[in-house]
Ligand binder design. Structure first.
Ligand code: FES
Length: 98
């Protein structure tokens, strides 16, 4: 099943499968996003703000919640791209580009 995922500020819209994580989707499509720890929930540089479709992401689990708690610049829309699995269409803003 193809799910639409839009990345800002590049405004690129791509399709991905249910269960894929935002970081992998971005990297697979050449979208610029920092990921200093390589996607292991250890750095928070992959911070994204969910502009639309927050409920279309799987809920954050313990490791991500702990990281978000200590992250600078957190908002209610914040997620870590490397931990966020999609289950429906979303639009996200990449906070840290390379
Ligand atoms: S890439 Fe480091 S926390 Fe996501």
């Amino acid at each position: 099943m193809s799910i639409k995922v839009k990345f800002l500020p590049s405004n690129k819209e791509v399709t991905a499968d249910k269960g894929e994580v935002l970081l992998d989707i971005a990297l697979n499509h050449g979208i610029d996003i920092q990921h200093a720890c390589g996607g292991f929930c250890a750095c928070t540089t992959c911070h994204c703000e969910v502009i639309e479709g927050m409920t279309n992401l799987e809920d954050p689990e313990g490791d991500e919640l702990e990281r978000l708690d200590v992250m600078d610049g957190r908002t209610e829309k914040s997620r870590l791209a490397c931990q966020s699995k999609i289950k429906g269409p979303v639009t996200v803003r990449v906070v840290n580009q390379d």
